[in-house]
Design a protein around this ligand. Structure first.
Ligand code: PMP
Length: 330
């Protein structure tokens, strides 16, 4: 019989799939690493597992302990599915602007969710950061994974994502392209691929216009999970050889194309990464093998990126609807 001992054992070993249509006119092989095959639907399951394993080993997390993290999205889901296997309580602190589907998913996994005011500065006692710090201080046995500083995040990618890519390409990978949020994915995966290839694999980081990593001024943007207005400790910029900056409009247009042309229903940061990847791939010879990481599933975005009304309200273009219905139906 072949079966996993628990859902935690299903994390990782995600597949590579060739992009066939959006790569029209490109000679290089462009392969997507589809992280929505993780049991929580995103790459964050990997860091959740490594962070919890290490916290148990170091004693920071004891049996019956409580995990407290400010997160509204994929990291919370990853932590929740590992935590519930192992009997920990979970409290996630989320800014109230994120109330909705993502928070409901955390509650569905049995987590407690504390909503905090979005419109107060970080030092305010009611802020996202202050509330989570106070919960950690006041709850006995509380452990805060701290995904923007915890080095076991990048380590999780060094030990899993990197080796999987090397093995699945028989060592023929030449380029890695990934979006940068906490920087864990690109730091861990990029470092592994550079180490094992003696520095020949090129690492390209992609970020939204409005994020600071490649030197631009910080301002708001709509794509979720990537870009920052500060430098997290989990991002090592020395692994990045080059950056690509992508607008929300380009990211969302590509996200929609990935669904319709490749059958890959993924989130906006995946579209963003593919735009950056294709810009570089266009300049590469036929023997190049590029991996682009697609971090999460698109289902959480069906009322946003995949909704024509949401898109046009925000000033994004949508492709004209092609209808197969005979005249008279709509
Ligand atoms: N895309 C999405 C949807 C994410 O949630 C994240 C994680 N913040 C990323 C991309 C970026 O990954 P990383 O934090 O490893 O840089």
């Amino acid at each position: 019989m072949r079966y996993a001992q628990s859902v935690a054992d299903l994390v990782g070993r995600t597949p590579l799939v060739r992009l066939n249509r959006v790569t029209d006119g490109i000679a290089a092989t462009v392969l997507a690493k589809v992280e929505y095959f993780n049991p929580g639907g995103s790459a964050k399951d990997r860091i959740a597992r490594t962070i919890i394993d290490e916290a148990e080993r170091s004693g920071a997390l004891q049996p019956g302990g409580t995990i407290v993290e400010p997160t509204s999205g994929n990291t919370g889901v990853g932590l929740a599915l590992i935590a519930l296997q192992r009997g920990y309580r979970m409290i996630f602190v989320v800014p109230d602007k994120f109330a909705g589907d993502k928070v409901d998913v955390l509650r569905a996994y049995g987590a407690e969710v504390v909503e905090t005011a979005t419109s107060v500065p970080p030092e305010h006692p009611g802020s996202y950061y202050s509330v989570s710090d106070r919960l950690v201080r006041e709850i006995p046995g509380a452990f805060k994974p701290n995904q923007f500083a915890n080095q076991n995040g990048p380590r999780g990618h060094y030990e899993s994502t990197g080796p999987e890519i090397w093995d699945d390409t028989d060592g023929r990978v030449t380029h890695l392209v990934a979006g940068i949020g906490t920087g864990g994915t690109i730091t861990g995966t990029g470092r592994y691929l550079r180490d094992i290839s003696d520095g020949t694999v090129r690492v390209i980081g992609v970020e939204p216009v409005g994020s600071i990593y490649s030197g631009g001024p910080a301002h708001g943007y709509d794509v979720e999970g990537v870009g920052e207005d500060f430098w997290p400790e989990t991002f090592d910029p020395t692994v990045v050889d080059a950056y690509e900056r992508v607008s929300d409009a380009e990211s969302f247009a590509m996200t929609r194309r990935l669904a319709r042309e490749e059958g890959l229903l993924v989130g906006g940061s995946s579209g963003m990464a593919v735009v950056g990847a294709l810009r570089v791939a266009r300049t590469l010879p036929a023997d190049a093998v590029m991996i682009v990481v697609l971090p999460d599933h698109g289902r959480a975005y069906v009322r946003k990126i995949f909704d024509d009304g949401w898109m046009t309200d925000r000033g994004y273009e949508v492709e004209p609807a092609a209808s197969l219905l005979p005249a008279g139906f709509d």
